[in-house]
Ligand binder design. Structure first.
Ligand SMILES: [Zn+2]
Length: 257
């Protein structure tokens, strides 16, 4: 599909109304944001049928608009979860316990297994498979986060960053993904890694994870602030006293129009 420049499609009168109703600050506030809304960004992307009406538009800086591309805001309509944590933290097991049968999972370990079906469970991924797996994860991720379908999507990864997007966590928070940290404690994962005779790459990934200082509490407080902002922008309908129902991930509080 040829790339469409959405910015050209928004008549100035509509943009002016968007500014009047929601302000001219960049709604995305992604890494590198220049703060000032110099474009009108479609919440439901135009390529997926998102209409050019005031309710579907918010002001975004050119940088964030380009960085976001056609990635959906979680819940519009697919609900996106990101599950992060050290190697051997139990991420896949946790997702299997919480996902719905029809959900999609983009999981590094599962992709590695699919690429090398003879590999023993718990065996470190050989170097030859590692790069291929990283590329496959990245490709699946890029496509999955632009799936404009009502599905539950689970992204499973150690650290929320790639070479190209070192601050992926900030992008995920901006797009309102549900972010879960799996962390049974450094001693437990170190023990598990020793038991499976992990290679130096796994041990390096473990050290890198614990150096990152990422905690669920830290993410939750940032997410709370982000969600308050999205609510103020009319993009969430949160009742602060009602937690999101875990059992029905597609039943998110989204305003309808
Ligand atoms: Zn911005």
């Amino acid at each position: 599909m040829p790339r469409v420049d959405h910015r050209l499609r928004v008549p100035p009168a509509i943009s002016a109304e968007v500014v009047a109703r929601y302000g001219n600050d960049c709604w995305l506030a992604m890494p590198g944001c220049t703060k000032v809304g110099d474009t009108s960004d479609h919440i439901v992307p135009h390529v997926f049928g998102g209409p050019t009406i005031v309710k579907n538009l918010r002001r975004a800086c050119r940088h964030c608009n380009g960085l976001r591309r056609e990635r959906i805001l979680s819940g519009w309509p697919s609900v996106i979860h990101a599950v992060i944590g050290s190697p051997c933290a139990g991420k896949t097991t946790w997702v299997m316990e919480h996902m719905q049968p029809d959900d999609i999972i983009v999981d590094y370990d599962q992709i590695a297994k699919a690429l090398m079906p003879g590999m023993d469970a718990g065996q470190p991924v050989p170097d030859a498979v590692r790069e291929l797996t990283a590329g496959a994860w990245q490709g699946a991720y890029r496509n999955a986060v632009t799936l404009a379908k009502p599905v539950g999507l689970w992204l499973v990864k150690v650290l929320p960053g790639t070479q190209r997007s070192p601050r992926l966590l900030d992008e995920w928070l901006a797009l309102d993904y549900d972010i879960h940290v799996c962390d049974p404690g450094k001693a437990t994962v170190t023990h598990r890694l020793e038991e499976m005779k992990a290679g130096r790459r796994e041990l390096a990934a473990l050290r890198q994870w614990y150096r990152s200082g990422i905690t669920q509490a830290g993410i939750d407080s940032r997410q709370k602030a982000r969600r308050a902002r999205l609510t103020a922008l009319g993009l969430r309908d949160d009742e602060p006293s009602t937690p999101l129902p875990q059992s029905s991930p597609l039943n998110l509080p989204r305003p309808r129009w």
